[in-house]
Structures are given as structure tokens and as C-alpha cells.
Design a protein around this ligand. Sequence first.
Ligand SMILES: [Zn+2]
Length: 396
Amino acid sequence: MSTADPQRKSDLLRRFARSGQSESQTGIRREHLLRALGLIAREPAPVTRAVIARRTGLTSATASSLVAELIALGLVVETGRAESTGGKRATRLELESDAYLIVVAVVRTRAIDTALVDLAGRTVESRRLDVTGGMEVSTVVDAIRELTDGLESRVLAACVQVPGVTAAGVVVDSVQLGWRDVPLARILESEIGAPTSVVNDVDAEALTEAVDADDRAIRLVVHLGEGVGAAITTGGSLMTGATGRAGEIGHVRVIYEGARSRCRCGVSGCLESATSMSAMLGDTYTDELDEHDTTLLASTAEARERMGFGARALARALRISSALIDPEEIVIAGAAPALGPHFLGTLRDEYEMYPAKGTTQVAIRYGRPELSRYLGPAKFALAPVLGDALPLTQAR
Ligand SMILES: [Zn+2]
């Protein structure tokens, strides 16, 4: 475990601050450092200074100076000697995954889950705070301060996940929390002294699904819970839209037949009115239910019938969405995996039954519940500091 060094952290934040001028010396140096760090963190084979020089096309003097700086900033350590193919044995380099920490807070109506995640994606500590009455901003601030107490010089970045619309560090509108235009990132940054991001639930889930993506694949992630939402990622990055509302498909009307029912938004025939977990499993369903109880609710004949209807409505929405964005895969996440293979099978059948000319068949799968829910927010937190250099692939 590295010793905490406030100076080193501020050096690191300054070095990786986006200058906005990627053509400048500072910008180019930053790109080179991130490239070298990415190689060290991602390559399965031992990485040495010579490997960095070879893979980046930089001189060995530049590669050595990049490594020296990454070591000084506490991001990289030397770990013994690599096998040599002749000549003197070179020093192996590895990510120093526990020198810095990422703070994640998942804020819901009645609870805040906070966690510390290391640079390899491991959750090193997590806590839950149950909240009665309304959720106050000060409660979130206190929960994070309590978690990071004494660790300030190691906290590199933070991310708060909230239900609702978010944009550029602001909770624009969260009906669930009763918050409007709350500049949460700015408030927290001054409290904990680290860059802070704010992400919406569904976007965080989509980032978790893409957490080990080092390709540029486009993924459409659809969240099914009490509500319905979607998010699009390219590689490990989110497509947020002009106002942070990309993927708000829940209240798009997709049912015109007589069977449509009224949605909680007041309109009838919305995607959510047919495909939300509550629409399919009844009002007993809440987002707090565990997988086992959700599966039980899904086992009745009545639920099965509503799941068939929900699958048809969702297939219709997916047809249009995927024709528009041409994704590599569609991931059905949220509580949906608890619905089991029958729902997914029906959804695939419905989706494939009416292929749209000119489009390709897209694979549909469930989300991966084995991934830690903190990975997506941690990745989002790190983006303004270290870009997507680190893979954060550790399962919980
Ligand atoms: Zn609606």
C-alpha cells in the first residue's frame, strides 16, 4: 500500500487536466502518458520500457521518461525482471492499482450505497445508509465524507449515480429524489477535493456492461425496472445526447391496439406501460426486490401472459432503435435477467419475426449480474482524469 501524498495527487490531477488544446505540448504529453498507462494496465504479456517504445513508435528515451513520470505520480510500479530474448533483462512494469481510490455513491429514494473502488476495479469498501423521509443533498455529502475520511490524498475521482436526468455534473431533474437543477458535482468537489461526475442510473448500468470493452463497439442497453430507459455506449463511452436525455424511450408510445393501458405519465400505450417490471409482474414488484423474489413473481400464468405482451412491445421499440443506431448487440439489463430464458426467448422471437429490410440481425442478451454495479460509475468518474486508459475489469 502506498503512503498518502497530497502533493503527488495534485501533481497527477494537474498533469492529466484537459487543457482543451490537444495540439499543445501538454496535450501531447498527456496523450502519450495515457497510451503508456493503457499498455501497462491492459496488456496480458509483461510490459517493459522497450515494449512501450515499440508499441507507441516513440524513442526509448521518451518511453523511459513517460514511465519515470507514471512512477513518480504513483500510477505504475516496477515489478522485477521480464524474460529476455537476449541482452540484459528489462524491468517489468505494472499498474499500481491500490495507490488511488475512486469514490462511488449510488443514491436512491430510500438508501445511499457508497463504495471505494481501486484502479483495477476492485471494491475495497462499501457501505449502505438507509434514509427515511426525503433524500437531502447534505445526506449524500455526509455519507461520502464519512467514507473518505482520512483518505483524501488517495481519492482521485468520484461519481454519484442518481435516478433522473443529469447533465455536466448537475442533477437536472429527478422526480424520484425531488431534486431539480442541483449542481451536485460542484458541491462535492469542494468537499472532497477531487473531480466529481454525476451519472444517471441507466447510463451507469450501460457503462458497467461496457466496462471491459476495448473495442469501439456500439451497444444498446435497455433497463427494465419500475421504469424503462435505455443508454447507448460506443466502446466505453456514453452517448449522452444534446441535453443528457438520449435513451429516454420509456414514454414513447408503441401500442396503438385496444389492449393498451394507461401509463403513470398519464398517456396510454407507452413502452413503459407494457414492458416495465411493474407492468409485467404487478404492483408487488419494486426495484428493491431481490432476484429470487422477482423470479417468483414472474412464475405465475398471469405474469407469463403480461411478459409476452411486454416482449412484443419491447421488440417493436428495439426494431426502431436498432435500425437507427445499428448496434453490435442489445443488452436487456436492470431486473430483467430475473425473468429467465422464457422472456428473452420470446423477445428474440418477436424481434426476429418481422425483420426490417436493409437492417442486420442484432444479438440480444441479458445484462451480466456478476459485474459489480460500481464499475460503470467508477469508469465514469475516472474518464475526466485518466480517460479510458484503465480497464477496471475486476468482478465484485
Ligand atoms: Zn408513459
